[in-house]
Structures are given as C-alpha cells and as structure tokens.
Ligand binder design. Structure first.
Ligand SMILES: [Fe+2]
Ligand SMILES: [Fe+2]
Length: 195
C-alpha cells in the first residue's frame, strides 16, 4: 500500500488532469468553430489558480521535494526541473486570464493567442504531472522513511485551514463541480476524446 500522501497526490493529479483535458477539448472545439463558453473557461482558470497553483504545487515543494532532497542527491536535477515548472506555471495562468479577457473583448488576434497559450499550458502541466508520477513518486517511495512519510502525509491530509481563513479544498471542489456542470456532455459524463 502506497503512503497516503502518494494516494492523495495521484487523486489530485486526476482532478487536475480532468480540468486540463476539458480546457484542451474546448480549445480544439473552438478552433473548429464552436462558440466560446466564457463562464466555463473562466471557471477552469479560477480552478487552476485556487487549487494546483495555491495548494497542490506548494505542498509538493515544501514537504515532498524537500524531504527527498534531504535523503538523496540523486533527484536534485529532477526536482530542480519540477520546481522550475511550478514557478513557470504561475505567470502562465496569470497571462491566460488576461488573454481570456482580451479574447472576450474580441481584441485583434486575442483568440489565437489564447488558444496557443492554453494549449501550451495544458501540455506543460500534463507532462509535469506525468514526470512526477513516473519518476519522482517511485523515487520518493524508495528513499523516504516511515517518519518522513508521517510528516508528508499529515501535510497532504490537511484540508481547509480555518485559522488562516483558507478553504482551498472547499473552493476547489465548488469550482470543480461548476466545471463539470458547465462542460459539454461528452466531458461532463466522462465520455470520448475529441477528434
Ligand atoms: Fe508538481
Ligand atoms: Fe503534482
């Protein structure tokens, strides 16, 4: 049985992947002439800001990556790459939010810029999640001790922290439900891939 934190990380990756998939699906459809659903696109960007960016990636940096770095130098290059990707993701999402507004205001070329940036972002994140699952998590399972996992599990298990007025899980869940309810039926019901 994998450590609890690994199960939680994989579950969070699944939810993030579903949202990235929805974003790619929508862009693909719009490229073929589908009407943009701005409420859904905005909900997707809000979700990325409130969950992966504010919650998931920082916990990986602070607890998982730092614990692995304490135990081995074998993963230093890999972790540096993953940390760099976390850092790259934040400004990309901020730019996407601005590009979405420009697209909505029908600024010159804004639609194409949004499509390209959204696809680039989804690709970067998707590859990032895969690299963590295929390379970092198995390595972490090999080098970390039960005591290390206890601390990491506790961090990932922690839900909302009312002391700091932070309710990321609750916020993310509400946004996730909104995305599912707004998404076209093939996505909302977990259907086929876009062609
Ligand atoms: Fe990550
Ligand atoms: Fe991750």
């Amino acid at each position: 049985m994998s450590p609890l934190a690994i199960q939680i990380i994989k579950d969070e990756h699944l939810a993030i992947s579903a949202v990235l998939y929805t974003l790619r699906y929508l862009v693909k459809g719009m490229r073929k002439g589908a009407r943009p659903d701005f409420a859904l696109l905005k909900a997707i960007l809000d979700y990325i800001v409130s969950y992966p960016d504010r919650w998931h990636h920082p916990k990986e940096d602070k607890y998982l990556f730092s614990a692995v770095k304490r135990r081995t130098h074998d993963a230093d290059a890999l972790i540096a790459k993953l940390e760099r990707e976390h850092q790259l993701g934040y400004p990309m999402v901020e730019a996407l939010k601005v590009q979405l507004l420009a697209f909505q205001h029908e600024d010159d070329g804004a639609q194409a810029r949004f499509f390209d940036a959204a696809e680039r972002y989804a690709e970067l994140e998707w590859t990032h999640l895969q690299t963590e699952e295929e390379q970092l998590l198995p390595l972490a399972e090999r080098v970390l001790t039960a005591a290390d996992w206890k601390e990491i599990d506790a961090a990932f298990e922690e839900n909302d922290n009312p002391l700091f007025g932070i309710k990321p899980k609750e916020e993310a869940e509400a946004l996730y439900q909104k995305i599912l309810s707004l998404a076209p039926a093939p996505i909302g019901f977990g259907g086929h891939s876009p062609t």
